[in-house]
Design a protein around this ligand. Structure first.
Ligand code: NDP
Ligand code: 2IT
Length: 451
């Protein structure tokens, strides 16, 4: 195909929309990546001839299944489960499982697509996948969670394996759920093998995996600030969410000398002008993980804090922002509010938390902006290291893992600079991450011929 015959971006996008009706999150994620890839492959005939972009925007397969379980009142409940195996060009499918009522095929396809580029950026041999269910874990007893997880794995087990597809946690899936699913896999298959990551330390889980995503997002933030001659020390920070990623991001911001002003959950956000210090973070972890409470309870415990029901924290003035809850939690107006209030840097702990309009506001105003596929890759990176530890039947110590996590985040920052720098040294992290993530996967696909 001559270069002049290449499909243009609009035709590509229209085709994508036609093939994926009713899947706005998936279209949004592909749209964001394809813009940069089009520029990159413009004069590179081999990618066009092999239709690499068209192939990378079609998941290898989408598996969907029924998950039936019995609640504590003996009602039979039916949920839908999925595993999206997006691309395994550079390693076994790898990515989390999300249990949340907002889970749809579109959400999981966007997450699996993003995961493919993120995993490539880590430098480890992992392809991209994602799965989950529209099951709502809120308010369920431990017994109900266990029965659901066992039923989910009873179907999922035939599609996964340590060299095939290795799921992990995400929203609504933490250590408890991973334990129930790993136990069920072991029972059905008769094999003790590293089929899931994020396991408990007693049975093959890695040191630092729970902390890795949040810590990694702050290391990435510190790398961006350092490149611009700045640091986290002495800065104020807005964080959304109060789960695994948010609480560990908060912990690392505090350790590096920053002051965390906000956290949130799906009911609203808390604002503590005195700063959310380590003691308060420990209290929140206990509230969320052990007592399964709501973030609003923070204000009953700590004087001076306020709860803002149904709102997000982005209108509070601060230097730094770390969205760590969910997708599209920063819309155009909220993105503009961050810019107007003088935010210096944004590092995404969540996947695709910023809308395309918000990203444009950050980029037009030269805010340092780390997209999730680069900034939150620390979690899956330590998952990759958990796979290595399981394969060699050894456990590495926390110091080695901590150093490796910092090195991986710094390497990702360097890769973004390699493909995203302009003449003045300003880094467009979206472009850098998209191109660096794409290139490794695309070159592996070229090597395999037409598959
Ligand atoms: P958790 O389940 O531990 O916490 C999720 C947090 O986000 C909770 O505070 C939850 O509030 C809030 N939240 C979830 N959905 C919504 C929503 N629709 N609107 C508002 N708030 C919401 O999940 P994680 O911390 O693991 O995940 C957070 C984000 O980080 C996700 O985008 C995930 O994909 C991403 N991520 C996670 C990684 C990991 O290793 N865990 C790795 C890389 C990215 P509530 O309690 O009210 O539901
Ligand atoms: O979005 C993500 O990178 C995760 N939820 C973690 C995936 C993993 O396999 O550790």
């Amino acid at each position: 195909m001559a270069i002049s015959d290449h499909v243009d971006f609009d035709r590509f996008l229209n085709g994508l929309k036609k093939r994926n009706p009713g899947q706005p999150e998936y279209i949004q994620a592909v749209h964001e990546v394809a813009q940069d890839i089009f520029d990159f492959i413009g004069d590179k005939e081999e990618y066009h001839a092999a239709q690499i972009l068209r192939r990378i925007a079609e998941p290898d397969r989408v598996i969907s299944f029924r998950v039936c379980w019995e609640d504590d009142n003996h009602n039979i409940r039916v949920q839908r489960g999925w595993r999206v195996q997006n691309n395994n060009a550079i390693g076994p499918y790898k990515g989390g499982l999300r249990f949340h009522p907002t889970v749809t095929e579109s959400v999981l396809k966007f997450l699996a697509f993003e995961q493919t580029f993120k995993n490539s950026l880590t430098g480890l041999p992992m392809g991209g996948g994602k799965g989950g269910s529209n099951f709502n874990p809120k308010g369920k007893s431990d017994g109900e969670i266990m029965r659901f997880c066992q039923s989910f794995m009873t179907e999922l087990y035939r599609h996964v394996g340590p060299d095939v597809d290795v799921p992990a946690g995400d929203i609504g899936v933490g250590a408890r759920e991973i334990g129930y699913m790993f136990g069920q896999y072991k029972r059905i298959s008769g094999r003790w093998e590293g089929v899931l990551t994020g396991k408990g330390r007693e049975y093959g889980g890695s040191e630092l995996r729970p902390e890795a995503t949040g810590y990694g997002a702050v290391y990435f933030l510190e790398n961006m600030l350092k490149h611009a001659g700045n640091s986290v020390d002495g800065k104020t920070a807005l964080i959304s969410g109060s789960g695994n990623v948010a609480t560990h991001a908060a912990e690392k911001v505090v350790e590096l000398g920053g002051k965390v002003l906000t956290l949130s959950d799906s009911s609203g956000f808390i604002h503590d002008p005195d700063g959310i210090d380590q003691n308060k973070i420990d209290w929140i972890k206990d509230l969320k993980v052990n007592r399964r409470g709501r973030i609003s309870e923070y204000c009953e415990e700590f004087n001076g804090a306020t709860f803002h029901e149904g709102q997000r924290p982005w209108h509070v003035a601060a230097d730094l922002a770390l969205p760590c809850a969910t997708q599209n939690e920063i819309d155009a107006a909220q993105g503009q509010a961050l810019v107007d209030n003088g935010v210096i840097a944004i590092s995404e702990g969540a996947n695709m938390p910023s809308s395309l309009d918000a990203i444009k506001a950050f980029q037009d105003n030269k805010v340092l902006y780390g997209p999730g596929k680069a900034s939150n890759a620390g979690g899956v990176a330590v998952s990759g290291l958990e796979m290595s530890q399981n394969a060699e039947r050894r456990s590495w110590d926390a110091t080695l893992l901590g150093r490796t996590l910092q090195d991986i985040m710094s390497d990702i920052h360097t890769k973004c600079g390699e493909y995203g720098s302009d003449q003045n040294g300003h880094i467009n992290y979206v472009k850098g991450a998209n191109i660096a993530g794409f290139k490794k996967v695309a070159d592996a696909m070229l090597a395999y011929g037409v598959l």
